[in-house]
Each structure stands twice: as structure tokens, then as C-alpha cells.
Design a binder for this molecule. Structure first.
Ligand SMILES: [Zn+2]
Length: 424
């Protein structure tokens, strides 16, 4: 409605203008050389208008011709960019699908259209890595790391590449560069921690640890490999402060104290550890100065006095009593173990040894041996990947998580795992 109204107004104005020009009085005469123009004023005005239009059209046409090569170039460039984008997308799809051959072929096409573009380099590096062409991958990621906005992606690729080829020194350098390119990156911090743990560079690893459990485990490891008693004691104290329930931390502190001749303090920390979280490592360290079997049984009694009802206390008392040939005591503590409802293999092994020493318990001995076969073995289990470790480690051997190993003597849960893994 508004447009129609506008059209009518413009048409009326043009008509009025034409009428006004048509009614102009007078005569126009011009002479150029032999050419004589003689016309009325309205005709001359219309001629002038037509001449202006022709000149404007001519200028526009010339300008279009002047710009034609540039426009053709831009169109060609846009076409190449579109083709590169499509190749990059197809290469990314190949990478996601695990199809390294397609990813590599499409990445090559992308480079043909946009050779040094960051995205072309990124897919090329990843495709080369997937195809096992490590030198090529290294070249692409190095080129990518020189792009200001994509430098982190270049270092990210180089770091992966170095880790894959077990070049830990290069990986550590790339991790530092990646941290500079993207300050505050959690991924880089985790990789740097992982690398420090692999190199057993405990001070560096402790500085990068983000949880008390990781700090406790790494400090315990640092204490164990410290070159001097002062450092060993300092690291061990830090380990117990960060993870007071972690047996290896308590053991590290007790050893460091014993190295310094502080036996009483060493015993105190082991007693405190047993009271809060009994674990066989604490008992081993507690009993280590005692060689006589009767003395060991007596020492075990001192250790377990602070937590007598715990299964580990009963088991330790039964084992040390049996070793000291105190069969009555061993039987009493073994029955206490049984009352906890345990299915722990160590209990059945103890029972087998006890019934072997006791006369007239042959059938019970055979039953204990039979039960021991399917009984679960307690272990240090990673809380991230559930990998079992026979001995404590500062980090998981499977996934590398530091401080993730938890002592698991949970008989029922472990027994169910055992049944699942042995089923046909
Ligand atoms: Zn793990």
C-alpha cells in the first residue's frame, strides 16, 4: 500500500517536471564547427538529460571492465577456499572415523588449495600421525606452532607426537611451550605432571599436583628416593600432612625418622597410622627391627592395641602368633577374623597354615586350601581405571594417575570381580 502510494507520488512529480520542461518558452541554438543545433528549450533539456545518462553508463561500464580481473581472482579464491573447507571437513570426518587413509588424502587436497592455512596444517598433522608418519606429522605441527593464533594447537600436536614416540625430553619442552601459548590450560598441567612422574622428577611433579592424594603419594615417593636424611624427612612430613590415611606416607615418615635415630617418633607415627587406617605396610615397618618371633608377636600386640577390633589387627595377631608357635593364640585370633565375615585370601592361607600345624585338622586344612583358591587377594587398586597393583606405586602403571591407588581389602566386592573374570 505504502509502495503504491510512493509510486504514484513519484510518477506525479515526474509528469509535473516533464510538463514544466515542455512548457518552457524560448529557443536553443548551438554551433560546433559545421554542426548547427537548433531546437526548442524543452528538446534541448531532454537531450542534455539523455547525454548525462549516456555518460554515466559509459563511466560505469569502464569501471566494471577495470575491476573485472580482480573480481575474477576473488571468485577463484573463494572457490578454492570452499573446496579447501570441504576437504578439511572430510579429513576431520576421516580422523573421527579412524580412517587415516581418507583423512590423509583429504588433508593433501586441503593443502593444495590453502597450503599454509592453520586448519590444513592441523588436519595434515593429525592424519600423518594416524598413518604412523611421525616425521611428516612433526613438520606439520612445527609449521602450525608458528601461527600466532594456532600456536597452542601446534604445540599440542608436537607434545602428543613426542609422547607417542617416547621422546620425554622433547615432550617436556613442548609442554612448557604449550603452557606459554595457552596459560592456565588444565590439559597441559596434567601432561606436565604425567611427564614429571615418568621421569621420576618428584619435586617438579609435587609442584604440579592438584589433589592432596597426589601430593601425599608423590611426597612419599620423593622421601623414598631423597639423597639426604633431611630431605627425606621433609618430604615424608609433607606426605603425611597431605594424606594422613595413606600407609606409604606413614611408612616413609617412620623410615626417615629412624634414619635420624628418632625411634620413638617413628613408632608414634606408625601407631597413629594403624589406629586410623590399618594396612600391612605399617605392620611390616613396625615389626622390621624385631627378628625374634616371640618379640614380633609381642610387638604386634602393641601395634594393634589402639585398634583391636579391626580385621587387619586380628589377622596380624593370628599370623605373628602362629609364627611364634603360639597355636592357641593364633586360633583365637583366626576365629576373630572369621567373625568379621571375611573372604580375604590371606585369612584362608593363615587357616591352612594353622590347621597344618594343629594335629587332627586335616579336613579343615583341605577346606581352607580350597577356599583360598577362589578367595580375593587384596591389592592397591586405581580409583580411575581400576587396575590392580600388588605393590604400592606413587602413580597408576596403567593410566598414570598419581595418588590414585587405594588399598582394597573389600572381600565381597573383590570376590564378585573374581567370579566375573573367571567365568567362561
Ligand atoms: Zn589407573
Amino acid at each position: 500500500m505504502f509502495r503504491a502510494f510512493k509510486f504514484i507520488i513519484i510518477a506525479a512529480l515526474l509528469l509535473a517536471l516533464a510538463w514544466w520542461i515542455g512548457s518552457l518558452p524560448g529557443h536553443f541554438e548551438a554551433q560546433a564547427g559545421g554542426l548547427v543545433i537548433d531546437a526548442g528549450v524543452p528538446v534541448a533539456v531532454f537531450g542534455l538529460i539523455v547525454l548525462v545518462f549516456v555518460l554515466v553508463a559509459l563511466v560505469l561500464a569502464l569501471r566494471g571492465l577495470w575491476r573485472l580481473p580482480g573480481r575474477l581472482g576473488a571468485r577463484r579464491q573463494l572457490k578454492r577456499k570452499t573446496q579447501a573447507d570441504q576437504a578439511i571437513l572430510r579429513s576431520m570426518a576421516g580422523l573421527a572415523a579412524g580412517d587415516g587413509k581418507t583423512a590423509e588424502a583429504e588433508a593433501r587436497k586441503a593443502r593444495k588449495y590453502t597450503a599454509d592455512a592453520p586448519l590444513s596444517l592441523l588436519v595434515s598433522g593429525n592424519a600423518a600421525r594416524m598413518q604412523g608418519k611421525h616425521d611428516e606429522a612433526h613438520g606439520f605441527f612445527t609449521a602450525l606452532s608458528r601461527h600466532r593464533d594456532a600456536a597452542f594447537l601446534g604445540w599440542h600436536g608436537l607434545l602428543h607426537h613426542a609422547a607417542q614416540t617416547d621422546d620425554h625430553a622433547a615432550a617436556a619442552d613442548h609442554a612448557v611451550a604449550a603452557a606459554d601459548a595457552y596459560p592456565g590450560s588444565v590439559w597441559v598441567a596434567d601432561r606436565r605432571l604425567d611427564l614429571a612422574v615418568r621421569r621420576q622428577d618428584w619435586p617438579a611433579a609435587i609442584a604440579l599436583a592438584r589433589t592432596p592424594a597426589a601430593t601425599g603419594a608423590l611426597c612419599a615417593a620423593a622421601s623414598g628416593s631423597a639423597p639426604d636424611p633431611q630431605s627425606a624427612l621433609r618430604w615424608a612430613k609433607q606426605a603425611v600432612k597431605a594424606a594422613p590415611m595413606l600407609a606409604p606416607a606413614r611408612v616413609a615418615l617412620a623410615r626417615a625418622l629412624r634414619r635420624g635415630g628418632r625411634e620413638r617418633a617413628a613408632r608414634k607415627t606408625l601407631l597413629a597410622g594403624w589406629q586410623t587406617a590399618p594396612q600391612p605396610m605399617l605392620a611390616d615397618e613396625w615389626l622390621s627391627p624385631q627378628l625374634d618371633k616371640l618379640a614380633r608377636a609381642k610387638a604386634a600386640q602393641e601395634l594393634t592395641a589402639g585398634n583391636p577390633e579391626h580385621f587387619e589387627s586380628a589377622l596380624l595377631m593370628a599370623r605373628t602368633s602362629l609364627d611364634a608357635k603360639l597355636l592357641g593364640e593364633a586360633r583365637r585370633h583366626a576365629e576373630r577374623c572369621r567373625q568379621t565375615g571375611t573372604r580375604d585370601r590371606r585369612f584362608y592361607m593363615l587357616l591352612a597354615d594353622l590347621t597344618d600345624a594343629e594335629p587332627g585338622h586335616d579336613s579343615e586344612h583341605r577346606a581352607a586350601l580350597r577356599d583360598a583358591v577362589n578367595a580375593p587377594e587384596p591389592a592397591w587398586v586405581c580409583d580411575q581405571c581400576a587396575t590392580s597393583h600388588a605393590a604400592w606405586q606413587p602413580s597408576c602403571r596403567q593410566c598414570g594417575k598419581p595418588g590414585g591407588l587405594i588399598w582394597k581389602a573389600d572381600a565381597v566386592e573383590a570376590a564378585q570381580n573374581q567370579i566375573v573374570t573367571t567365568a567362561p
